[in-house]
Design a protein around this ligand. Structure first.
Ligand code: ATP
Length: 342
């Protein structure tokens, strides 16, 4: 019997609930400190306790997962806690194309894929001397917005950079990526591409609520000026959003262009399974993509009972986690597992 497994964090509850609803055995690789939390949920069949998630690379953990014919669903915690090389070396099948995860973690590769997808992207700034206008400094990898800051000139950049160095968050310039700040309404577009049906499904939209930047609006400007703190973009939670219907056609086009470009550049199969285009809409309804995630994003946790968009495709509650499990089921029944896992 095939089982579906994931790491205990990020969107594990949604993924394993969806897997259970589709009739799979479920496995959670769980850090001991989180055991109490996850034992609360009856849809988790087996808990593999570890001190650290890196143990998923070790024989003991691998053996247990393979004995259960597990397919691992990768999420943000896997990306942020392991190097691309480590993820690629996991000896358990990973849902989707694990080779695309490297393109998510490396800023230069990421930019290349977005350009190839003909997405509108903010300009990157290669030298702090070239900073003009509002610019965002971001750390490499999925840092979840922690330690990111806004700046408008080189002197201010250096001051904030040095503050982060003294806090031990970065070592120097090489740890920061500078990008033009995109103004507008942020939106995180959630998709699922099936290499079996060859179809792109749009699953939902969320917004992130980030501390401290989203709390700043509650403080009057004179007090803002008095605070000597660099506001961070650390994700705390997500809230739902629906788009004007006139924006939907372009939402599908952007997703399709992304899938096409990934097919060309990242074998085998390119972008399969869930992904997210992350950016902002300007006053003309034009979308600028500053990021993508090549796997399930935590914003899909909003739609455990389905979303305003999945309801148009499915006559049953369809979360992203359940959609993943459905794909595994279809692939298994039609002998196409190699198309949906690597
Ligand atoms: P994750 O992997 O969780 O998506 P990340 O560490 O790769 O996060 P980003 O998504 O690039 O980080 O950025 C974090 C936050 O910073 C965004 O949610 C957004 O609020 C803001 N942000 C990033 N880039 C830009 C930009 N170019 N313009 C405006 N805001 C931005």
């Amino acid at each position: 019997m095939t089982s579906i497994g994931t790491l205990g964090s990020h969107c594990a509850l949604q993924v394993l609930k969806g897997a259970k609803d589709e009739g799979f055995k479920t496995i959670l690789v769980c850090e001991k400190k989180r055991e109490k939390l996850y034992r609360r949920f009856s849809f988790i069949d087996t808990v593999i306790l570890v001190e650290s998630f890196k143990e998923i690379l070790e024989e003991k953990c691998v053996k247990q997962l393979n004995e259960n014919n597990a397919i691992i669903v990768p999420h943000g915690t896997l990306i942020s806690q392991m190097t691309s090389q480590e993820i690629e070396s996991i000896k358990v099948p990973i849902f989707g194309n694990k080779w695309i995860l490297r393109w998510e973690s490396d800023r230069a590769m990421k930019e290349k894929l977005m350009i190839e997808s003909k997405l509108r992207i903010p300009k990157s700034v290669s030298d702090p001397k070239d900073i003009v206008g509002l610019t965002i400094a971001k750390r490499h990898g999925a840092a979840g917005g922690k330690g990111y800051f806004l700046t408008t000139n080189e002197t201010d950049y250096k001051k904030k950079r040095d503050q982060l160095i003294s806090q031990g968050l970065i070592k120097g310039d090489e740890d920061l990526y500078l990008q033009e700040y995109a103004f507008g309404v942020s939106a995180y577009l959630q998709y699922f591409y099936s290499p079996i049906s060859n179809n792109l499904e749009f699953f939902g939209v969320d917004r992130r609520y980030e501390s401290d930047i989203d709390g700043l609006g509650r403080i009057p400007s004179p007090q803002q000026l008095d605070i000597n703190k660099i506001p961070s973009f650390n994700v705390i939670g997500n809230s739902p959003l629906v788009l004007r219907e006139s924006l939907l056609d372009e939402v599908y086009s952007m997703g399709e262009r992304f899938v096409e470009a990934a097919k060309k550049w990242i074998p085998p199969g390119g972008m399969t399974g869930p992904f997210c285009l992350e950016g902002v809409y300007d006053e003309n309804g034009q979308f600028t993509t500053f990021e993508f995630s090549a796997r399930i994003v935590a914003g899909t946790n909003l739609y455990v009972e389905g979303s305003p968009y999945s309801a148009f495709v499915y006559d049953e509650p369809m979360s992203m986690g359940r959609r993943i499990a459905r794909e595994v089921k279809i692939a298994k029944e039609s002998n196409q597992i190699s198309k949906i896992a690597t």
